[in-house]
Ligand binder design. Structure first.
Ligand code: SF4
Ligand code: SF4
Length: 428
């Protein structure tokens, strides 16, 4: 997706960043902002009447139900007044309900969770903890048709230059074993596998989970590839993680679950890695909903016209188009790319060089796949060229000499595919 000149492909292989690459040893705490914006992915279908109104007063850690009908809710990460409620759509077509809160300087903590939900039971997790830092939908581990038999805690990170999961394992190891016990209670799962690089073996072994040490070679820590490597059980469009009784979770969500049940407060902060224009990494803790602008300002990172902001890392991150964009539950990294490093997508067609096919860890004929995706033929892309087996590592975009934004086409295709199928079903 994003081409950067700081690493070479081939030998030696791309390596995930280790925690030794982080500036400073501790998490840097970002001061609370005067405004936070909370976002919830809109479910499909009729949305129904909103319950919240502009002018409503909210407290920190308060559960905010969104609609009269429906179970969507947000957790307020500030004490203050709702100043805006709107609907936004990202480029893949995903819509969000956004709620902005003008925050007061002093937090008043809501006590509903402490009074009624603090027991570690599945119904309380569903009622109060559906979104935790590090996981956008905890309910997917509880409310499923096939019971889970294994949960994999991924101590490596999603992308290069990101060290969020690793710093959680390094600095909060003592809370992970307790978090796993809570996770056992709410999911009923007894088998936990903790995947870490060699540098975090000791911390992982304190957790009580089975420990699987892997070399930090990109993209081996991608869930689809871990399934094959650890459980020798490859996923495919016809065999999802759920079908196989397996789920993935980040260490941060495990720690957040423990904090919620021990302290009786809903988690309101997120740990993330900030990658500056010189590829320096800083790990920070900020309120969920904090605008990117405030985080960059606290770190003295300037953004000028033409620079690029990315949520995520260099291989699989997604550009964001405003510094007002807030960080979300699953924002693991913010990358700032200087305009001189931005390498825009090309308009020239594929030359069939085959580089993308050679590099693809899912063995997808990417050169053929891209032809269908460029023409909006999503069903054919899934049926004939394995669209749904893509693990979204971004390597194909990285090696493409023609700078075709292959990863964007793939993400769009995956989003559009269910809509296309739904349309066909409704047309009979
Ligand atoms: S198609 Fe591209 S993004 Fe998907 S797995 Fe293959 S190389 Fe990675
Ligand atoms: S790397 Fe780019 S140009 Fe080469 S085959 Fe793949 S899509 Fe075509």
């Amino acid at each position: 997706m994003i081409k950067k000149p700081f690493f070479g492909l081939g030998k030696p292989k791309l390596q995930y960043s280790g925690i030794n690459n982080i500036e400073g040893k501790d998490l840097k705490e970002i001061p609370p902002s005067t405004r936070v914006t909370l976002m919830h992915k809109s479910p499909g279908g009729e949305l129904g009447e909103l319950v919240l109104s502009i002018g409503d007063e909210v407290r920190t850690g308060q559960k905010l139900n969104l609609r009269e009908m429906g179970e969507e809710y947000l957790t307020s990460t500030a004490t203050g007044t709702i100043t805006d409620i709107s609907h936004t759509t990202e480029y893949t077509g995903q819509t969000f309900t956004s709620v902005s809160i003008e925050a007061k300087s002093k937090d008043l903590w809501d006590d509903e969770f402490e009074k009624t939900g603090k027991d570690a039971a599945p119904e309380n997790a569903l009622t109060f903890l559906s979104s935790l830092p590090g996981i956008s939908d905890l309910s997917s581990l509880i409310e499923i048709d096939n019971p889970l038999n294994t949960i994999i805690i991924n101590g490596l990170d999603r992308d290069l230059l990101v060290a969020t999961n690793q710093i959680i394992v390094k600095t909060m190891a003592e809370h992970l074993s307790e978090g796993i016990e809570y996770l056992k209670k709410i999911t009923g799962v007894s088998r936990f596998i903790f995947v870490v690089p060699p540098s975090l073996r000791v911390e992982a072994e304190q957790s009580g989970a089975e420990v699987e040490v892997i070399e930090p070679v990109y993209p081996d820590a991608t869930p689809g590839l871990l399934m094959k490597r650890i459980l020798d059980n490859p996923v495919s469009p016809s065999r999802t993680f759920e079908d196989l009784g397996v789920a993935f979770i980040n260490p941060e969500a495990v720690v957040a679950l423990r904090t919620a049940f021990v302290e009786g407060k809903l988690p309101v902060t997120k740990v993330l890695t900030v990658i500056d224009k010189d590829n320096r990494l800083t790990c920070i803790k900020a309120r969920i909903g904090t605008p990117v602008r405030d985080i960059l300002s606290a770190l003295n990172i300037d953004v000028s016209h033409g620079d690029r902001l990315v949520f995520g890392g260099p291989m699989s991150g997604q550009s964001v188009y405003s510094e007002d964009m807030p960080i979300l539950h699953d924002t693991d990294a913010i990358m700032v790319q200087d305009k001189s490093q931005v390498n825009p997508s090309g308009n020239d067609p594929c030359i069939n060089c085959g580089e993308c096919v050679r590099v693809c860890p899912a063995k997808i004929p990417v050169n053929m796949l891209i032809r269908l995706l460029e023409n909006g033929l999503y069903e054919e892309a899934a049926q004939e060229y394995d669209l749904l087996s893509c693990v979204e590592c971004g390597l194909c975009s990285y090696v493409c000499e023609m700078r075709i934004p292959i990863s964007h086409y793939i993400m769009l295709g995956k989003h559009e595919l269910p809509l296309t199928e739904g349309l066909e079903e409704s047309n009979g």
